[in-house]
Design a protein around this ligand. Structure first.
Ligand code: SF4
Length: 367
């Protein structure tokens, strides 16, 4: 399925007004100051599912600590996670690190300059390859994310679900055809960024397009039909799975106990507070801690917290338990019965320096 002739004519009319608007109105963001692949790639990975304002500080700190691909490739995973701590979706950080190592080992440390080469890097999909390829190397490939899909659904007044592959494919093919034609002479990167920027600043989600400020108002079909605020359409989502967990803040003097998550699944390989699935009562929690051989003495307090991941929501009860001096080095069960996870005792200060914790757990240490 491809766009029809009228749709293609509409798309062909976008570059002129969008590029004019972009050159006047684009925000001055730190990653737009140069077109070097490393900072552009880093920013694109950080910006996935994360707001611009939240990314700015992380981006600056990451670049200060690891200023180029060689530095990232040579860094420890611990250092990369530490720099990522709080940004969420940790798989992005792991893939970024792996990709830098691939660039170092397979590309002599030079970021690939062709679309297929970029796309082959760990953690890089069509969106990121299109964004980095077009911005840094002038490659005529689109970068179609949720913002761009929303703008296109409104421009075309389309009732197709934007979260279905068919619509994304159609839009990608249409934009690539436009970019491979007249846009060859200008910068495809600016055109991609203009589409993203209009999505972020003008054609806003949740029924709030600012059509009077939009360079497409004259020819936008969604605006003309008066349906822009009702678009885009999405397929009904499956509700998030709710999971109850019991979290243990085991304290021994000034120290707390941490362990490592398994290498597979949610938050794979990251540090965590000891925890079990299900909601334990205070007595059951003390019995569980005793089974881990940490000499639980007093249950100090309990806190309830919720953390939402993309497909699952953890409803957590956290028990703060003082452990008697001389607690043995305990171990907690891993997912497999024979896989024990060793407990590591660390001070809160050292925890902040050396043991990055995902937000679902650090929530309990902010009290
Ligand atoms: Fe979106 Fe309105 Fe612009 Fe159409 S005119 S693209 S609905 S902001």
């Amino acid at each position: 399925m491809i766009l029809n002739e009228a749709d293609m004519a509409l798309l062909a009319g976008l570059p002129g007004p969008f590029l004019d608007w972009y050159r006047k109105e684009a925000r001055d963001l730190p990653w737009r100051q140069n077109r070097q692949p490393y900072p552009v790639w880093l920013s694109e990975i950080m910006l996935q599912q994360t707001r611009v304002e939240a990314v700015k500080g992380y981006y600056q700190r990451f670049l200060e600590a690891l200023p180029d691909i060689e530095a990232l490739a040579a860094a420890s995973e611990e250092q990369v996670f530490k720099l990522w701590e709080g940004l969420g979706y940790y798989r992005r950080a792991r893939n970024l690190h792996r990709a830098a190592q691939v660039v170092a080992s397979d590309h002599q440390g030079i970021f690939p300059s062709d679309y297929e080469g970029i796309l082959a890097l760990p953690g890089v999909g069509e969106y990121t390859a299109g964004a980095v390829g077009s911005i840094c190397f002038g490659i005529a490939k689109p970068a179609v994310d949720g913002n761009v899909l929303r703008v296109m659904a409104r421009l075309l007044d389309s009732d197709e679900a934007i979260d279905q592959p068919a619509f994304k494919k159609k839009v990608s093919q249409g934009l690539e055809a436009v970019m491979s034609g007249e846009l060859k002479a200008v910068l495809p990167g600016d055109f991609n960024q203009s589409l993203m920027e209009i999505g972020a600043m003008v054609c806003l989600p949740k029924g709030l397009p600012k059509c009077s400020q939009c360079p497409a108002q004259r020819f936008c079909r969604g605006h003309a039909s008066g349906r822009a605020e009702l678009l885009p359409v999405r397929q009904v989502k499956k509700p998030r799975r709710i999971e109850e967990r019991t979290i243990f803040v085991l304290q021994r003097g000034e120290e707390i106990a941490l362990c490592r998550r398994c290498d597979q699944g949610l938050l794979a390989g990251l540090w965590e507070l000891p925890n079990v699935t299900g909601r334990l009562s205070p007595d059951e929690a003390m019995a569980q801690a005793a089974a881990w051989k940490v000499n639980p003495a007093v249950l100090e307090k309990a806190l309830e917290r919720v953390h939402v991941f993309s497909h699952v929501e953890w409803r957590m009860i956290g028990y703060f338990i003082s452990c008697a001096a001389g607690a043995e080095q305990g171990a907690v069960e891993g997912q497999a019965r024979d896989q024990a996870k060793e407990l590591v005792w660390t001070s809160l200060h050292q925890r902040r320096l050396a043991h990055p914790l995902p937000a679902a757990f650090s929530l309990f240490l902010e009290e």
